[in-house]
Design a protein around this ligand. Structure first.
Ligand SMILES: NC(=O)c1ccc[n+]([C@@H]2O[C@H](COP(=O)([O-])OP(=O)(O)OC[C@H]3O[C@@H](n4cnc5c(N)ncnc54)[C@H](OP(=O)(O)O)[C@@H]3O)[C@@H](O)[C@H]2O)c1
Length: 330
């Protein structure tokens, strides 16, 4: 594929995030959206009309089309594995929403399928493509601020809609899958190490009719063993608390702080480094992610974040979730 070759996209799921973020990101990159896959043809047609997409398909019909190169999957978390595997097997490249899978075993299945098919799969952690994140990592890796000592990341909000997929254990609901995955991911990136979980305090929902419970809040302390010694990571996430989202990294000489680490689309942001502040103009990290993914599909570059990273991320989430469900505080 040459630089000028457009990547032709299909959307799997007429999801809110597809409407609010990925359709604008694809349009920003002038990438054709060939069809949307929806379980309900009428709802799919309304979505397609609203977003000027020519065709509506079933999920199966969408991945079977030979005029689609890449599929964006914005389904509930439990559906990421089967539809990523199906799309790869059909010869599509896959950009799949976070978390890529429910477990590390599933992430490893996706890695094997990607290798076998020769098609790419990327976990859509768009926040990583914002320049403020690259700058944070570069400053810490540069070493001038002293060794990293602790990390603190929070992502909480109050989810009022009690029919939302995030409340359903069968669909891969819960705060760690939905929100905790972000600070965890950034801690792993900044420290360049994998965590051991020291403690988790969680709050679980009351059992649903099928007995399922999700963590509506989780608070974890982790240890990241780096070349310069252990780094402590303190993570908070919740679907049941007011909005609070920030990230801090304390090096021996300086505190670095990102007031808008994960919700940075379309807003000016800043990185506070001790007593000075670096400013970043508003940008669209979803569009930056799409541009990078498309370049990798065309063979112009390697993916910056591969499936080994997704497997390691899922392994860390496995450890957090198993403790969250073993030791709820209420
Ligand atoms: N990167 C980000 O910034 C970001 C932000 C929000 C969400 N996300 C991720 O995106 C994914 C979707 O989240 P969302 O908030 O957009 O969800 P949503 O609006 O509820 O959409 C989920 C879609 O999944 C489909 N679906 C398939 N099986 C379903 C089932 N059993 N129950 C309900 N829906 C089902 C539906 O598609 P049909 O149209 O076929 O019915 C629905 O449109 C999640 O993995 C989430 O973690 C990422």
């Amino acid at each position: 594929m040459s630089h000028s070759t457009p990547i032709r996209w299909g959307l799997l799921g007429a999801a809110r995030i597809a409407a609010s973020a990925l359709v604008p990101a694809l349009r920003h990159n002038i990438s054709p959206i060939v069809a949307v896959g929806c379980r309900d043809a009428q709802r799919g047609a309304a979505f397609a009309a609203r977003h000027h997409i020519a065709e509506v398909e079933s999920y199966e019909g969408l991945i079977a089309r030979d005029d689609i190169d890449a599929v964006y999957i914005a389904l509930p978390n439990h559906a990421h594995l089967p539809w990523t595997l199906a799309a790869l097997a059909a010869g599509k490249h896959v950009l799949c929403e976070k978390p890529l899978s429910l477990t590390a075993v599933e992430a490893a299945q996706i890695r094997a399928a990607s290798l076998a098919s020769g098609r790419l799969a990327l976990e859509a952690f768009m926040y990583r493509f914002h320049p403020q994140i690259e700058r944070l990592c570069a400053l810490i890796a540069g070493g001038a601020l002293g060794p990293l000592r602790w990390l603190r990341g929070s992502f909480t909000y109050s989810l009022q809609d009690n029919t939302d997929v995030r409340w359903d254990a069968k669909l891969g609901g819960g705060a760690l899958y939905d929100l905790g995955c972000y600070p965890l991911n950034l801690m792993r990136m900044v420290s360049q190490a994998e965590p051991s979980v020291l403690s988790v305090a969680s709050r679980l929902t009351a059992p649903a009719a099928d007995g399922g419970r999700v963590d509506h809040a989780a608070h974890a302390v982790m240890r990241f063993d780096t070349a310069e010694g252990p780094v402590l990571g303190h993570l908070d996430c919740a679907l049941s608390l007011p909005f609070h989202c920030q990230f801090e990294a304390l090096c021996e000489k300086t505190l670095l702080r990102l007031p808008i680490p994960f919700t940075s689309k379309g807003t000016d942001t800043e990185l506070q480094v001790g007593d000075y502040t670096e400013h970043f103009s508003a940008c669209d990290p979803y569009a930056l992610m799409v541009a990078h993914f498309e370049a990798a599909v065309r063979g112009e570059c390697a993916l910056r974040f591969g499936l080994d990273d997704s497997v390691a991320q899922a392994r860390a989430l496995d450890a957090l979730l198993s403790q969250a469900h073993a030791t709820p505080i209420d």
